[in-house]
Design a protein around this ligand. Sequence first.
Ligand SMILES: [Zn+2]
Length: 278
Amino acid sequence: MKRIEFNLPDSLYDALLERMQSDRTSCDHVVSTALSQCLGKPLHTLFQVSTSAALVEGLYQGAVRVSRLLRHGDFGLGTFIDLDGEMVVLEGVCYRVSSDGVVTSVDGDRLVPYAVVTRFSTEFAKTSQQFNTFSELVAVCDALRSSENVFFAFRVEGKFSFVKTRAMKAVPHGTGLKAASSVQEEFTFKDQEGTLVGLWSPGFAGSFSVPGYHFHFLSTDRKRGGHVLECRAVNVTIDGCAMHEMHVSLPETAEFLQADLSRDPSDDLTSAERNHER
Ligand SMILES: [Zn+2]
């Protein structure tokens, strides 16, 4: 989020105050909505590269460049060609967590096979939140969601007493996601300041998205991260927003165009994305 100061004619200032009062809303909301309409930049659109069904079938070839991804969002997650690492997009920077745990920022020219991003802005927030397990985090976020039928972005920020993540390593061409996730590298971090970048997708979006919650972690010093399997925190802030629009960019590769993507990917996704010890 950016903060700007600008000069406004008295008439517009009065109209702005009137609108804030009549809609019982904030100055931020009125100005953001007006600018979004005037500049043709929709707020809270989910931009997605490829689909979860394609991932499950082992289609990990590059489809969209990181620079294009970042034009559509400053917050999100994804993966890299051949599943070589975990992607975290935070504050407009795309990071890669490699299977040896090293975090690097990613060049704009790099192609990615799957990613989901949005322009994050806070619509709701709760401070002093705590959870002992991933399931408790899910329950806290569930209480903040106003619907089962739109997408949500969640940013969880603060000090985590425990985070367990995994980072995929590159797999041979054609390996399905379930098989690929069985050879993952896992990491545990203690007393780590950082951010969970999270997305929640409705069940009906299962062929496109990972249904339910999907969190990637990035430490404040940008040295640790990965796909979150478990976590614990006693005092973190959770903020988020709902997303009512979705833009999906489908790969143009021959492999994607000819693939059979008719199989329901949900069982393989559940197995690949969750903590195997639970
Ligand atoms: Zn992930």
